[in-house]
Design a protein. Structure first.
Length: 441
């Protein structure tokens, strides 16, 4: 019995029944079960693969199962999904191995006739893998939802926002593997030096096509074990997030407030843009998350960052009109980072309705900390207008002392944008929104 499959099953059940996030569950349970090397990689591949293709897998399982997939109780459905994913997507796993290992998982689950059902369904799937039933394509919404395993409400929302071609491109790229991207710490090294050091360590390095100081890595192994990482020569951050400090035009000597700072990437970018001269106040509601920021600052040798436990919705009088730049990376639906967190797509639409209220409250409060003439930068890692443009539109309608301000961004974004939404299929970044606003003197 493969420990990788047992661990993967445990994670998928936790996600379905306990509301666990796959990335956190993978990290903890791979460590708990002592998986290394190929087993750890297989476990991760299966978990992410099942989540990326869950609705499609259920469609094919349903074609060969006498029961509807959504009527199957945990862990039976998760066992079938794991087996189906291996048969349909993992060429290096023989079908007979995928079937037999799944049957063993069912036997271990002690659910009566589960092993027989798993064996029958997966054998039929294997026998018909080259002549699978077609996904009905007469209804575009249903077809896209099943084909790319995104909920119908999200597909419908995207179709109305960006049209069918862009929607399909967005859904398709969400099921791909996001590159591991890093930002150079120019206070420690240069792009040429870091590229050579990483290449010498056997890592494949590509410069991001248009975001300066950003590199895409592959074949990294344990990133934290690299001398370049330990020496603080880079930190992990998506290219889109790195643009926030650039959009804000942060300069040495400024006083900057990062309202929702964890895990710290934007605070690091701000401190580097300042040449570590000035002050960055990094806040988060959860004090436990601030330890990661302090650890990152020590590694990157940044001394101008201070951490404070604070609720972004609650006013602190001592901060009134005290900051040159205030960054608000608001809590959001995360629909721009589905490539990295595939289970984000399965959030219920109702769960997202409360987010704009929270986002508006944080932005409203954070604005009180901006000095006259200072900048307020609002950002999210989602692509929905109701969490982005509609939030800033509503804020500006109530605050005539603020207005959108043009941002200086690299090509292909160009200068002159006052707000921008980045899309993975267009820009090779996470889905991300940035808006810069200025407080009038």
């Amino acid at each position: 019995m493969s420990n990788a499959r047992q661990t993967a099953l445990s994670i998928l059940v936790s996600c379905r029944t306990g509301g666990a996030w796959a990335d956190a569950a993978l990290k903890s349970k791979i460590q708990r079960d002592g998986l290394r090397g190929a087993d750890a990689a297989l476990c991760s591949r299966m978990v992410y693969g099942v989540l990326q293709n869950q609705l499609l897998l259920d469609f094919y399982i349903g074609a060969f199962c006498s029961q509807r997939p959504d009527h199957l109780q945990p862990p039976l459905l998760e066992i079938l999904r794991l087996g189906a994913y291996q048969i349909l997507f993992l060429d290096k796993v023989p079908d007979h191995a995928a079937v037999s290992e799944s049957v063993e998982l069912a036997k271990l689950s002690k659910r009566g006739q589960a092993a027989g059902l798993v064996n029958a369904v997966l054998r039929k799937l294997s026998q018909n893998k080259h002549s699978l039933p077609p996904i009905p394509d007469h209804e575009q919404l249903r077809y896209l939802s099943i084909r790319y395993s995104h909920p119908r409400w999200l597909v419908k929302r995207l179709l109305s926002a960006i049209g069918p071609e862009e929607t399909e491109a967005f859904l398709q790229i969400n099921n791909s593997v996001a590159p591991l991207t890093i930002q150079i710490n120019p206070m420690k090294t240069t792009a040429a030096q870091l590229r050579q050091e990483l290449t010498d360590a056997g890592i494949s390095v590509l410069e991001h096509p248009w975001v300066p100081g950003c590199m895409e890595l592959s074949a990294t192994g344990d990133l934290t074990a690299l001398p370049a990482f330990q020496n603080g020569e880079f930190f992990v951050q998506d290219p889109a997030a790195s643009l926030v400090a650039q959009a804000a035009e942060i300069r040495p000597g400024q006083r900057v407030l990062d309202v929702c700072a964890a895990p710290g990437g934007k605070s690091f970018s701000a401190a580097i843009a300042m040449g570590d001269v000035g002050c960055v106040t990094a806040c988060d509601l959860h004090g436990s998350k601030l330890s990661r920021i302090r650890e990152g600052c020590r590694r990157l040798d940044l001394s101008c960052v201070e951490t404070v436990t604070a609720d972004g919705r609650i006013f602190r009088p001592e901060w009134a009109h005290a900051f040159d730049t205030v960054l608000v990376d608001a809590p959001c639906s995360g629909l721009g980072i589905i490539r990295k967190k595939p289970d984000v797509r399965y959030k219920k639409a109702d769960d997202l309705f409360a987010l704009p209220v929270i986002q508006s409250a944080i932005l409203e409060n954070a604005a009180r900390y901006v000095r006259p003439g200072g900048s307020l930068v609002y950002s999210t890692c989602t692509v929905l207008p109701e969490e982005n443009e509609q939030i800033t539109d509503a804020f500006l309608a109530e605050h005539p002392d603020f207005s959108r301000e043009k941002m200086r961004l690299p090509q292909p974004l160009g200068d002159g944008e006052e707000q921008i939404t980045l899309w993975p299929q267009r820009h090779q970044t996470d889905g991300f929104y940035i808006c810069r606003m200025k407080r009038h003197p």
